[in-house]
Design a protein around this ligand. Sequence first.
Ligand code: ADP
Ligand code: MG
Length: 268
Amino acid sequence: QSLWAVHEMPANEAAVEGATAAALLSIERLGARFGTFDVLSDIDLRIGRGETVALVGESGSGKSTLGRVIAGLKAPSAGRALFDGAALPPKLRQRPLELLRRIQIIYQSADTALNPRQTVRAIVGRPLTLYQGLRGAAREKRLIELLRMVELDESHAERLPGQLSGGQKQRVAIARALAAGPELIICDEITSALDKVVQADVLRMMIGLKERLGVSYLFITHDIEVVRAIADRVVVMQHGRIVEQGEKDRVFAPPHEPYTERLLASVP
Ligand code: ADP
Ligand code: MG
């Protein structure tokens, strides 16, 4: 409970901290391989507290792999990462529970991410017990608060994923990530599989949540409109390398990398 309270800070306080404090995540010269294929090379990336970094790039450029490396789901082949100033162990099983709590990942499809046999209560309740030590009435209270944060309510707690719409399933996946009490949430194309209206709702909700909770996002997307709506800073990837990064307004102002140019040109 107390851990969670720390994360609920006013928006402007979070923003000030993001601007001044040392980076929450700092990656240096990171590389990753699939066999002999260098999927990521020389990645230098910093994410401040409360900052939203949009990671953009064409399909196959390595965005999801970078997210997975940060989340501990794939081991890097080179480089190092610091989280809140301390070395981030590359493999999930080397990370203590406290560290697992602090970095959460949400995927494009809640269909594969949610256990179809578990109720929403079980799905969102598990991290509340595991990471926050909540049980019984305290857990139920927090569960309802979380469902409301993602614009669901107690009536959804009894349902199975199969009894929810696509947008509702994604909201459950978001609630599960929030239940851990994270400081960094990796969002991998979390609105891409939703229809346009639901996309806009979920995006608006994610913006509200980061302002309310002071969390940092690594927001992976290929949608420039999403970048405009949510990003503080933009990182452009191509062929496993970062080809451009900077403040959103600067990246969107000319001159651009040729790839950024094409990305911008694709927007009507
Ligand atoms: P993005 O998310 O930007 O579309 P990915 O990180 O998914 O890119 O993939 C980057 C590259 O790595 C692609 O060329 C993809 O084919 C390759 N790749 C992804 N996963 C694997 C894997 N498990 N084994 C081998 N190659 C992979
Ligand atoms: Mg991807």
